[in-house]
Ligand binder design. Structure first.
Ligand SMILES: [Zn+2]
Length: 286
């Protein structure tokens, strides 16, 4: 945050909104800070830093955070459950995924992702029932290892916590109801995931939810149809999870983002923000 503030102009999410909606100019070197999923650590770990640096962040949360007991993201829970019991037939009773051959099964990561894809073919309710059955097969009441620190990392914000995040001056965007791979949902289900999460969050917060972030957000998990559905759902703009996108022409419903994870260094972030990383990649490819 301190690097961003020293070298860029960190803007408020609402300034980004007026830029998109009304064309009100942004300062030069404008940077918007966003964060996906709405885990408890957004409130316990991020907000104190954001507040001390006077930065407002746009948080994308799922419709599950409108509930009192949202649990954890199903694909993260699956990952933990598959580690507890690697081969207990998690993927039985799941629809076949035609695109699965492109994801080798040999590695743990590959087996997990194949199961994520197949479970995304189910509707949200059927998927919740299925993960419940996997959980009971593994004899786990919850998949995060133990209480305390790890709960902050794994559990989704509940409705009271989401309101605290919003009351702390943070903007809230939608991230579907249940975080499926959207491109594997049928159109009706994909539309419901995108529209109802907007409506549920608006009802819970009493504010317009104008921004959307695609779950997983890369060309393997979404495409032209999802870009169209985001527009039709009434959002002002929608965010990818990748820096480069050539599936559709650049537009406000396919906004690229620079991904920052726990092991990203400040020099790496600087190289991505400045465009240096992109230029080197292009030069190497040429
Ligand atoms: Zn996400």
């Amino acid at each position: 945050m301190q690097y961003l503030k020293a070298h860029y102009h960190v803007i408020h999410p609402e300034d980004f909104r007026t830029w998109v909606e009304q064309g009100k100019p942004l300062p030069s070197r404008a940077v918007l800070v966003t964060c996906d999923d709405g885990l408890v650590n957004t409130l316990t770990d991020m907000v104190p830093i954001l507040e001390s640096e006077a930065v407002s962040c746009l948080f994308f949360v799922t419709g599950a955070s409108c509930r009192n007991d949202p649990g954890m993201l199903w694909y993260e829970e699956l990952y933990q459950l598959m580690r507890v019991r690697p081969s207990n037939g998690h993927d039985l009773q799941l629809p076949l995924d035609e695109g699965a051959h492109s994801h080798p099964r040999e590695s743990f990561q590959g087996a997990w992702w194949n199961t994520v894809r197949r479970a995304s073919l189910l509707g949200a309710n059927a998927r919740a029932d299925w993960i419940g059955r996997v959980r009971s097969q593994c004899e786990q009441s919850q998949a995060w290892p133990s209480a305390g620190r790890s709960e902050r990392r794994w559990r989704l914000l509940n409705i009271a916590e989401l309101k605290r995040l919003s009351d702390a001056g943070m903007s809230i965007g939608a991230h579907t109801l249940s975080h499926p791979v959207l491109s594997l949902c049928n159109e009706e289900e994909a539309r419901r995931e995108m529209q109802e999460s907007k409506h549920d969050l608006e009802r819970a917060l009493g504010k317009t939810v104008w921004a959307f972030a695609y779950p997983f957000g890369d060309s393997a998990t979404m495409g032209e149809r999802e870009v169209r559905l985001a527009r039709e759902a009434g959002y002002t703009c929608a965010f990818l999870n990748v820096e480069h996108w050539d599936v559709t022409p650049a537009n406000v419903f396919a906004l690229p983002r620079i991904h920052v994870c726990s092991n990203t260094t400040v020099p790496e972030l600087a190289a991505h923000l400045s465009g240096l990383h992109n230029r080197i990649q292009r030069a190497v490819r040429r």
